[in-house]
Ligand binder design. Structure first.
Ligand code: GAL
Length: 845
């Protein structure tokens, strides 16, 4: 066996220079123990996940430019098999699934791509990215040593690799793709499956390498990844991770920036001080690639959310929010971190750290090589600040933080000192858009012959019947009640008990909603128990089982059941229990409105829509609502406020915005500190409110006027409360200390290692959104202000000129900066005290 560099050389093609007759500059991409090596140069790569189908093509350029401005070198995306091949052999590479266009957008911005083909991707995406038809391939078993599965996986992987090659998208061809991934977090499953797991994993690695892409392959969370495939880490922290061979670089493919949400649960917010700390920790231990999962989370449009119960929003508390606006201070604080890391790049890739311990909880990592020197000073004490003596100087660090010194002398960044501004973003109702509703109710009492119906004795598994063409499956049967039953003469009503494998169920007796039950992500199965109002003679029992996203993770999730598997029984009749499980059941896939394509303007059905005033008062379940509206002016992102509604789906001009639910979030929204390790159940927000009230309406889906909005409501809401809102920055805050040694204070945005690292005077910088300016200063205090953004107050020390100076510098401007010095404020309100400037400014269009 050869050495690491030899292996890399063996596996990868070296091409350098211009290809004759073409403008493409081919790159060699290889690796060694320190880093990915691009054209012979080791690189520290900062990357961010942006999933192309989770936004619209007209958003891509802006997202990628924001990623670049945020200091990223690379964009990372999964490839979404079920979006690309909805039916076997029938491919889609258009619209939101135009993978080539997405990669070219990244290329145009000058960034690299990590293409995570999977094709299993997890990602809170329906069925983990697998097309549902795959489940029905005879003899298939997912993600194991199974021929039908391996054949399908290889065919799709080849399809993608060929598409990339034919568009010259690999770096070896002059394109931006420098890395790609096969499988996803297979390690744990491989261990559970034993030899079959190991064989499949090895097959997958060899299959991928055999495709000759000219760039390295990775496998995340797969300790056994065979050479030359690099195993990488995913997690909230990855500083204890090492690759499985000493000649592979240490890479972190998923640094979770927050977490996903589920209907009925709160949102997870990861403090940026903690995220920056985790990244700095990883880099100082020799990590050379960090990918933020997600950098832009986006939206699970249509029925793409995994599940069950993953929300339509996949915001993820990412540095760019669901709507494409930067989230502050996360975005800017990380941008500052990236600059600081990049200033250390030469030293980081050339040297191994020399570590010295200082005190119980402090460490200094020094990377020094051929004239370049970078140091990372860490304070692991979660309670106290620390003073660390290094290079003849004392450095003071807040609790649980790392300072970065790109010249081993001057601190340009500390993970816990956030110099970046905070911004308040709000969904602001657009009063000019009035929605006039018309309504159409599904016919619950009869079966629709135009829909797929089948009759069978007994209860059938839902996905076997629907093949996931709809969320909805009706299970209908009838019962004949004898007129002699005692409950008909004032006795206790019978009880219907329905056991379901979930995830949601509505029970209709003789066409009337009798009750609804929902599972949870943790507990999918549930039982409906309810008194039912039956009459003598024939009664219909109609059970509407609802899928809310198919599972995306778990051992052999393709075999998991959905829908009503029983038993279903009536209790309390004169003869006791009547088990209906093996009665004749009639199945109807989907809703009448779906078969008539009511969500689409192209629907030519002759439906009798009722005017809103009549209909809204009734608030029936299983009701379609439609309204037209003109597009509001401006370019603010738009969201639909679904207040007043229950659960269902929405379409704009025939495009599905996704599922909605206004279920209230229960959870523990305790206070949050960055000082202890983050978990998704820490730092939760939004308890007691709807998990998701607003739903992203992409502007590119709108016409200037007469946009058709269609809602299908399962439970019976009041559409008159639905409104359109725009997402906008309403105010910005900043709080900076007099001597704030972050690189934010530097005049220069471009920098080199040799740049003068003097600590310059601190400044507060404020920036409103596009087409906005600062209209007023809500709060300003140079002195010792207290409180946080939105509730700042003057402290014991305050310069009376504060407000005036801020107004003078900032009013009417989109961005402004104000130096923090007594000279600037024409007075020193408390000599010999360290002062701060805290500001809250209002942004207006
Ligand atoms: C990871 C997985 C991702 C995503 C993430 C949670 O384990 O690789 O695809 O599901 O968890 O958001």
């Amino acid at each position: 066996m050869g050495t690491g560099p030899e292996i890399s050389r063996m596996m990868l093609i070296f091409f350098l220079g211009l290809v004759l007759g073409s403008e493409l500059i081919q790159c060699s991409v290889t690796y060694d123990r320190k880093a990915i090596v691009i054209n012979g140069r080791r690189r520290i790569l900062i990357s961010g996940s942006i999933h192309y189908p989770r936004s619209t093509p007209d958003m891509w350029e802006d997202l990628v430019q924001k990623a670049k401005a945020g200091g990223l070198d690379m964009v990372d995306t999964y490839v979404f098999w079920n979006g690309h091949e909805p039916n076997p052999g029938q491919y889609v590479f258009e619209g939101r699934y135009d993978l080539v266009r997405f990669i070219k957008t990244v290329q145009k911005a000058g960034l690299y791509v990590n293409l995570r083909i999977g094709p299993y991707i997890c990602a809170e995406w329906n069925f983990g990215g697998f097309p549902v038809w795959l489940k029905f391939v005879p003899g298939i078993s997912f993600r194991t040593d199974n021929e039908p599965f391996k054949m399908a996986m290889q065919r799709f992987t080849e399809k993608i690799v060929t598409l990339m090659k034919s568009n010259n998208l690999y770096a070896s061809q002059g394109g931006p793709i420098v890395l790609s991934q096969i499988e996803n977090e297979y390690g744990q499953l491989a261990k559970l499956l034993g030899p079959a797991g190991y064989n499949y994993m090895t097959w997958a690695a060899n299959m991928a390498v055999g495709m000759g892409t000219g760039v390295p392959w990775i496998m995340c969370k797969e300790d056994d990844a065979p050479d030359p495939v690099i195993n990488t880490c995913n997690g909230f922290y990855c500083d204890t991770f090492s690759p499985n061979r000493p000649y592979k670089p240490t890479m972190w493919t998923e640094a979770w920036t927050g977490w996903f949400s589920q209907f009925g649960g709160p949102h997870s917010r990861r403090p940026v001080q903690d995220l920056a700390f985790a990244v700095a920790r990883f880099i100082k231990r020799g990590g050379s690639l960090v990918n933020y999962y997600m950098y832009h989370g986006g939206t699970n449009f249509g029925r793409t959310a995994g599940g069950p119960f993953v929300t339509t929003s996949y915001d993820y508390d990412a540095p760019i929010d669901e709507y494409g606006l930067v989230r502050q201070p996360k975005y800017d604080h990380l941008k500052d971190l990236h600059r600081a890391i990049k200033m250390c790049e030469q030293a980081l890739v050339s040297a191994d750290p020399v570590v010295t311990l200082s005190g119980n909880y402090q460490q200094v990592h020094v990377f020094s090589s051929g004239g370049s020197c970078a140091a990372f000073i860490s304070n692991y004490d979660t309670e106290s600040s620390a003073s660390v003596f290094f290079n003849n100087k004392n450095y003071k660090l807040p609790p649980r933080s790392i300072s970065i010194l790109p010249d081993c002398r001057n601190v340009v960044f500390n993970t816990a000192k956030v110099g970046a501004q905070t911004s308040h973003v709000r969904m602001s109702p657009i009063n000019s858009v009035k929605l006039m509703w018309e309504t159409y109710a599904e016919d619950v009492s009869s079966l629709d012959d135009s829909l797929t119906t089948l009759t069978a004795p007994g209860l059938l598994e839902q996905i076997n019947v629907t093949r996931d063409t709809s969320d909805y499956l009706w299970y209908k049967t009838s019962v004949n009640i004898r007129s002699s039953e005692s409950f008909l003469r004032g006795g206790e009503l019978p009880t219907l008990i329905v056991q379901s494998t979930g995830p949601a169920l509505h029970v209709f007796i003789n066409g009337r909603l009798s009750g609804s039950v929902f599972g949870t992500r943790q507990q999918k199965k549930f039982t409906f128990t309810g008194k039912v109002n039956l009459h003598a003679g024939k009664n219909t029992i109609a059970l509407l089982s609802v899928a809310v996203g198919l599972p995306n993770v778990g051992r052999h999730f393709e075999t998991w059941n959905t829908g009503i598997l029983g038993p279903v029984a009536l209790h309390g009749l004169d003869e006791g229990k009547w088990d209906l499980s093996w009665e004749k059941w009639t199945y109807q896939v989907g809703l009448q409105g779906e078969s008539m394509n009511l969500g689409s303007p192209a629907s030519f059905s002759s439906v009798d829509w009722l005017q809103s005033s009549l209909a809204t008062q009734k608030q029936q379940p299983l009701t379609w609502h439609k309204a037209y509206f003109n597009t509001p002016e401006g370019d603010h992102p738009l969201g639909l406020d679904m207040r007043g509604m229950g659960k269902g789906q929405m379409w704009i001009n025939g495009q599905s915005i996704g599922r909605y639910s206004t279920a209230i979030a229960t959870g523990d929204c305790e206070s949050c500190s960055y000082r202890t390790n983050y978990r998704p159940d820490k730092c939760q927000r939004g308890c007691g409110k709807s998990t998701q009230r607003w739903y992203h309406v992409p502007r590119s889906w709108l016409n200037p006027s007469q946009n058709l909005l269609v809602i299908f409501e399962e439970l019976g809401g009041n559409p008159s409360r639905i409104s359109l809102a725009k997402r906008m920055v309403t105010s910005v805050c900043a709080e900076v200390s007099e001597v704030h040694p972050t690189i934010r204070n530097w005049q220069n945005t471009s920098y080199t290692e040799s740049e003068n690292l003097r600590t310059t005077r601190a400044k507060v910088r404020l920036r409103c959104g596009h087409f906005q300016s600062i209209s007023s200063i809500k709060f300003a205090s140079y002195g010792t202000p207290v409180g946080t953004c939105g509730s700042f107050r003057q402290g014991v020390c305050h310069a009376s000129t504060s407000h005036h100076i801020l107004e003078k510098n900032c009013i009417g401007r989109q961005r402004c900066s104000v130096s923090i010095s007594s000279n600037n404020f024409e007075q020193d309100p408390c000599p010999n005290m360290q002062k701060r400037l805290a500001v809250e400014a209002v942004c207006a269009p």
